[in-house]
Design a binder for this molecule. Structure first.
Ligand code: TRP
Ligand code: ZN
Length: 879
């Protein structure tokens, strides 16, 4: 946390290579809860002929001593301020030893060295290492680490750090030690240590070249039986990366440690991943299907970083998407290869639209490679991660699978062991395929979601069909006028039977396939297809081939037709989303003019056809039935009124539920057979469809339905079904709801991760007393505002997943959030700054709410001792 003065802006264009390199680094930790002593010895050498001072980063450190080549320096020979230690008159090469003291137990920001459940752990990305010792805490300074840990043997029997264990022993006086050596050069952000009373599960993996790797998951004893899924996921990830990308693991040991207090999901420290325990532990009774899939994906994600992040790392933090966008893309592909590719694509795009598009339309909009930042922790965003992954995916779409792989191979060949930039990645892709991708660079430099307007012209005489596209991109803080992007546009044309037509562009001598990727590079561009016998219906942006908003003047009937016939599964799903969105917009108009609500017959019919189609799989149907969220509608219809949006959306869902009741009941009962819990894709799909059917039926709210839901709650043999039933009851006022909420608590009060679901559930209820309950739950004995998972479960869920009550017309939701943000700001700025973001898009709401939101932002801005994290968001929101 920084002090009162406004945080300063850091610019990419001011990047300078470091003046010093570090040859080798020895760290010695004498671990104590309140007073850990860190002795850091590094071999420095100058990289240039300047006589510049050595300026080391360091925060919240108590400096004990500084020595150069074994000579203790006097206080006059160096300068220390809040953020740096500077030493002048240094020779070309020297050994620097620094002794500092830190207080892990009082570190509630969970950055640097801290304690979680009484164990020591670290979080160094992005700039946490400087809270451990004075160092060149930047990713382009890489060196070989040797780490010695000393601690109380009874309290901390397990001592871990990166690399290989080279020595361990007892010290007498009840203390012991371990020495770890990591042979791979790495930046400080990948350093980690763990010391605690931990048990482990052990397994092993044989790499494709025949090396054995020992695999460990460390946790407190009571969770040891919930690590099987994480371990199996790790082995799948290791195998997949060998098969798909030819990438093998490089150390003889891979360790994962689960901790309860963690600001994010997980961290890829070399050879020693630290995980939020919610992304490790799973059993059918405690974890949902979504949890199981998330665990597999994040275990994969952190493992994949070993090559995309660790072996090849970032030159500076502006390049964050170089490792994060690429690694998200890799984990998406991992999930797609193991499960259903279309369903994975649909879920990723749903998340991108709901959260990243919203961010791109906010005052915090930034390119995937930002040009400036105030607080780097604020740039671990949906844009850098998810849009970054979309940008990587576009190379694949443009170059094909083989071309993409050639680019990856060249990237590793050129840059293994280096700290590089996104330009280096683009160059590897272009050079490996001998293509010019210079225009593609704009995806890295321009923020905002491009908008494409598409139109079609059919000439029945010439039998030609011309598709015309116009692209534009709204202004964002960094660029007013955007240059056109290179957009891969995957398209098809359907005939009146719904069949794909062969596609032959003017000038080609024959048709090439039925789905094609057009290279759309101009502000406006047309593509003419020949030999088109009848007027076709276009299927545009298949598989969501670019992260854009595409509009085409489809009629409702045309969308219903695409829902039934498009050969592209993604567009089949998207047609339903478009149809629903059109319906919501029409109803909002009707409400605005005081007209009665109604639903077009083709809309009901389209969803019925889909529901009973025997050719479609359950998981896909479940996705199709999940209509755009209230947040999606709010972003599409501005200025928005969340109360009206809720009403309109509920009207549609209730109407569909009543109209399709018999089909929904049948779909439900066919799948509600009590079988043992399996986590294969088909079983997951079956539960998804069953449970979304139940949520529709829940809107009917008659006695029979409530009994059905209650029945599922009481008899479920897995958390997916339990929670699905409870989530339906959660919106139905009455005794059943109260009893179920009490019952769930009684059953799970000893399991913190399950209780997070219980907190989140109550925070997302549509019932009128929700905010009061949330306020009361803040004082619940199981709630702890210092634990980020609890904050996300109660406060985050209310502000981000309950627009109806968060946007209460009287402003009580905003005021509630503001008070929590100000409290969090005093001890955990990273979490505070995540929680303040729901206020960011205040300009998108109708005037009353908009004013109330702005007032809360101003109140935060005027609070003293604001962290740089919160200050950046609030300041930019009010510009
Ligand atoms: N690199 C981590 C990832 O793969 C992100 C991360 C974990 C992180 N913990 C953090 C980022 C703390 C900033 C602060 O997603
Ligand atoms: Zn990552």
């Amino acid at each position: 946390m920084r002090t009162e003065q406004a945080p300063k802006t850091i610019y990419l264009k001011e990047y300078q290579a470091p003046d010093f390199a570090i040859e080798a680094f020895h760290l010695h930790f004498d671990l104590h809860e309140h007073n850990t002593q860190v002795t850091a010895t590094a071999q420095y050498s100058r990289t240039n002929n300047t006589q510049n001072d050595l300026v080391l980063n360091g925060e919240l450190l108590k400096l004990i001593s500084v020595s150069v080549n074994g000579q203790l320096l006097e206080a006059s020979q160096y300068t220390v301020d809040e953020e740096t230690l500077s030493i002048s008159n240094l020779p070309a090469q020297f050994e620097l030893t620094i002794v500092t003291q830190i207080d892990p137990k009082n570190n509630k920001a969970l950055e640097g060295l801290y304690q979680s459940s009484g164990n020591f752990c670290t979080q160094c990305e992005a700039q946490g290492f400087r809270k451990i010792t004075y160092y060149l805490d930047r990713p382009d300074v890489m060196t070989v680490f040797t780490t010695r840990l000393e601690a109380d043997q009874a309290k901390y029997p397990v001592l871990l750090s990166n690399g290989n264990l080279v020595e361990q022993g007892e010290l007498g006086n009840g203390r012991h030690f371990a020495v770890w050596h990591d042979p791979f050069r790495k930046p400080s952000y990948l350093f980690a240590l763990v010391a605690g009373n931990l048990q482990h599960v052990k397994d092993s993996f044989t790499t494709s070249s025949g090396r054995n790797v020992d695999l460990y998951i460390y946790t407190e004893a009571h969770n040891i039986d919930k690590c099987g899924h994480a371990m199996a996921s790790l082995k799948r990830a290791m195998k997949w990366d060998e098969e798909r990308f030819g990438l093998e693991y490089d150390l003889d040991i891979y360790m994962i440690v689960a901790v309860d207090d963690f600001n994010m999901g997980a961290m890829e420290n070399k050879g020693l991943n630290v995980f939020n325990s919610k992304l490790v532990f799973a059993s059918p009774e405690t974890a949902t299907d979504v949890d199981y899939l998330d665990i597999e994906a994040v275990i994969g994600h952190e493992y994949f970083h070993n090559w995309t992040g660790n072996r090849v790392t970032c030159r500076d933090w502006f390049q964050l998407s170089l490792k994060e966008g690429l690694t998200v893309f890799r984990d998406q592909e991992f999930t797609a290869d193991l499960h259903s590719r279309p369903v994975k694509r649909i879920e990723d795009v749903r998340g991108l639209r709901t959260f990243q598009f919203t961010e791109d339309a906010s005052p915090m909009a930034h390119p995937i490679r930002p040009a400036s930042y105030m607080e780097i922790n604020n740039f671990y965003t949906m844009t850098v991660y998810e849009k970054g992954a979309e940008v990587v995916r576009m190379y694949l779409t443009l170059l094909g699978r083989e071309g993409f792989r050639k680019g990856m191979d060249l990237y590793f060949k050129r840059h293994d062991g280096q700290a590089v930039t996104t330009e280096d990645f683009l160059a590897a892709m272009a050079d490996a395929n001998d293509v010019d991708l210079s225009q593609f660079q704009r995806w890295y430099d321009q923020a905002g979601t491009p908008v494409i307007e598409a139109s079609m012209d059919y000439d029945p005489k010439a039998k030609t069909c011309t598709l015309t596209f116009k692209q534009s991109c709204p202004p964002t803080p960094e660029t007013e006028h955007k240059q056109p992007y290179l957009i891969p546009l995957e398209i098809g044309l359907l005939d009146s039977q719904g069949r794909d037509l062969p596609l032959q562009l003017v000038g080609e001598d024959k048709a090439v396939g039925t789905t094609r990727v057009l290279r759309f590079t101009e502000a406006e561009q047309s593509f003419t297809f020949v030999n088109i016998a009848e007027k076709p219906l276009p299927s545009l942006l298949r598989n969501f081939s670019a992260p854009v908003k595409l509009s085409y003047p489809y009629s409702g009937e045309e969308l219903a037709f695409l829902m039934q016939h498009d050969s592209d599964a993604f567009n089949r799903w998207d047609a339903g989303q478009r149809l629903a969105m059109q319906t919501f917009k029409e109803l909002l108009e009707a409400k605005h003019h005081g007209l009665p609500f109604g639903l077009e017959h083709y809309m009901v019919h389209a969803f019925q056809t889909l529901l009973i189609d025997p050719a479609l799989d359950d998981a896909f149907k479940a996705e199709a039935l999940a209509l755009p969220s209230e947040t999606d509608i709010a972003e599409a219809v501005r200025p928005s009124d969340p109360q009206a949006i809720h009403e309109v959306r509920e009207f549609v869902l209730t109407h569909l539920a009543k109209a399709l009741r018999l089909d929904l009941e049948q779909v439900y009962s066919e799948r509600n057979t009590l079988t043992s819990y399996e986590i294969d894709s088909q079983s997951v799909g079956r539960r998804s469809l069953k449970n979304i059917a139940l949520s529709y039926l829940g809107r009917i709210q008659d006695e029979g339905i409530v009994a059905l839901v209650d029945e599922q709650y009481r008899h479920a043999n897995n958390m997916t079904d339990t929670l699905a039933a409870l989530s339906v009851l959660n919106h139905i006022e009455g005794e059943e709801r109260e009893l179920a909420i009490e019952d769930f608590y009684a059953r799970w009060k000893q399991n913190n991760l399950v209780l997070d679901k219980w907190f989140a559930l109550q925070a997302t209820s549509s019932l009128p007393d929700t905010l009061k309950r949330v306020e009361a739950l803040l004082n619940h004995e199981k709630f702890d505002i210092r634990n980020p998972n609890k904050v996300r479960a109660l406060i985050g869920a209310f502000a981000m997943r309950n627009p109806l009550h968060f946007h209460a017309f009287d402003g009580t939701g905003y005021e509630f959030l503001t008070r929590r943000v100000l409290e969090l700001n005093t001890f955990n700025p990273q979490i505070a700054s995540r929680m303040v973001r729901p206020l960011m898009n205040w300009r998108h709401y109708e005037p009353v709410r908009s004013g109330l939101m702005r007032a809360q932002l101003e109140r935060i801005q005027n609070t003293p001792n604001l962290s740089s994290d919160v200050s950046e968001i609030v300041t930019k929101s009010l510009v």
